[in-house]
Design a protein around this ligand. Structure first.
Ligand code: SF4
Ligand code: SF4
Length: 433
């Protein structure tokens, strides 16, 4: 059964009844207290945690959530600094049989730790703030992409970044495109299809705009083939790197802009489509868990990942069965945040029916990079240890091109194997446009 047909995945009508998780029912301030009593210490979350698996010093999700709460209840305990070692992969959410909202508790604890206990002049804080606000760096860097690409990948600059900021020199910075997606979009004159019934508002996020506009262009072309009118409103970062670094004020400012822009379009009949599974996760789950802006619940209920949406609303399977592409083999990795949305099987299910394609799922391990996590000097080795299983499975798969929906998983896959990596939308474009 496909994900689109799976009854565990809500239909659009069901999604309008989305109920935000109320962990902090009786609280006006976010804190760690409510929500933890559902935990019965089964440790399923701990055994699912990729960081705890390779890092003996990391106490795991049960401690970061329910146990910290108990400690806090006993006295005015500080948040343990190990909360900064949680990568926010959110795998523990799926593992908990008691629906303890672990990642929400971690996000809140991390926010409190950063706000109240972290030295704002420390190297760690400054580095994390820069990484969390990638959009600002990308906005500036993409004005002069050749110069920025040269500078950021110069070995001397990389070593200085490592020494001064603690950003690992082991990784190459992703290149900025010569033209951003938004520049391309404006140059082509915006939407080329009009429709009263089929309307989507595209949340492209930062990476597809500044680094891989080919993914965003593929989304536009594929949705236009199906007759969708596309809007590309003003938008900020989804907040994913900010949640992961405890920068909740930055995340709140970004979310306020996104909710305002996209909820206005929802009122006009648009659904929100993301090409990155961490962006869709953020709008769907983290916004309603942490913020209360007018329109937050509507944005959550109307947000979809791109292929998920097409599988629900179009006969994508039939289109793919009638299409063909040049022979190619892929090693597919499902990002953790795709798993949390029940989307881990859709690319393999769909593309194995595409003439010319051989695609293999490389297993359910975490890639290990988790956004900004694997860019931190002190986390690089942990990140690569977590990724070993995926690298190994990729190398044993028949294909030598990787595929994934998440831009940072894609960086890790390329870094660990040397493979080129494609987004599923690029293969859809090849097949259907
Ligand atoms: S979010 Fe991921 S890294 Fe953090 S505690 Fe949960 S499973 Fe571990
Ligand atoms: S999986 Fe849920 S119930 Fe089990 S220990 Fe973790 S938080 Fe508690």
């Amino acid at each position: 059964m496909s994900d689109a047909e799976n009854p565990s995945n809500p239909t659009p009508d069901e999604q309008t009844d989305f109920e935000p998780v109320q962990v902090f029912d009786d609280e006006t301030e976010m804190d760690l207290r409510p929500g933890a009593d559902n935990c019965y210490k089964c440790t399923s979350c701990d055994t699912s945690c990729p960081v705890a698996e390779v890092d003996d010093d990391f106490p795991g999700p049960k401690f970061q959530g329910p146990e910290q709460w108990r400690l806090k209840r006993k006295g005015d305990e500080d948040i343990d600094d190990s909360i900064m070692s949680c990568s926010n992969c959110m795998r523990c959410d799926n593992a908990c049989p008691s629906s303890v909202p672990l990642s929400q508790m971690h996000n809140t604890a991390r926010g409190e730790y950063v706000d109240e206990q972290m030295d704002k002049l420390s190297r760690e804080y400054i580095r994390n703030r820069i990484l969390s606000n990638y959009r600002i760096m990308a906005e500036i860097g993409s004005k002069v992409p050749r110069l920025t690409n040269f500078a950021l990948n110069n070995s001397v600059v990389q070593k200085v970044n490592e020494k001064v900021l603690g950003i690992t020199s082991e990784r190459d910075f992703p290149e900025f495109a010569q033209q951003t997606f938004r520049e391309w979009w404006h140059e082509r004159g915006g939407a080329r299809v009009s429709s009263e019934e089929k309307k989507i508002a595209y949340f492209h996020g930062c990476y597809s705009n500044y680094n891989t506009p080919e993914v965003a262009k593929a989304l536009v072309r594929v949705f236009e083939v199906f007759g969708y009118e596309i809007a590309v409103p003003r938008q900020r970062c989804s907040g994913t790197p900010m949640f992961a670094n405890g920068m909740l004020d930055d995340a709140e400012r970004a979310a306020e802009v996104n909710v305002s822009e996209f909820s206005d379009l929802i009122d006009e009949g648009y659904d929100v489509i993301a090409s990155c599974t961490s962006c869709s996760m953020s709008l769907r789950q983290e916004y309603p868990e942490l913020f209360e802006f007018h329109g937050t619940a509507e944005v959550s209920a109307h947000t979809y990942e791109a292929m998920e949406y097409l599988r629900i609303h179009e006969d994508l399977e039939a289109e793919i069965e009638n299409a063909s592409v040049e022979e190619q083999s892929f090693a597919y990795h499902a990002p953790c945040h795709a798993r949390n949305q029940g989307l881990e099987h859709q690319a393999v299910e769909l593309f194995r029916e595409l003439d010319g394609v051989n695609i293999e799922d490389v297993g359910d391990s975490c890639s290990g990079i988790s956004g900004t996590y694997g860019w931190k000097d002190e986390k690089y080795d942990t990140s690569m240890k977590i990724g070993e299983e995926m690298f190994d499975h990729m190398e044993h798969a028949e294909g030598n091109v990787g595929m994934t929906e998440c831009p940072t998983c894609s960086m890790q896959m390329e870094h660990g194997t040397g493979y080129d990596i494609k987004h599923p939308l690029q293969l859809l474009e090849e097949a259907l446009v």
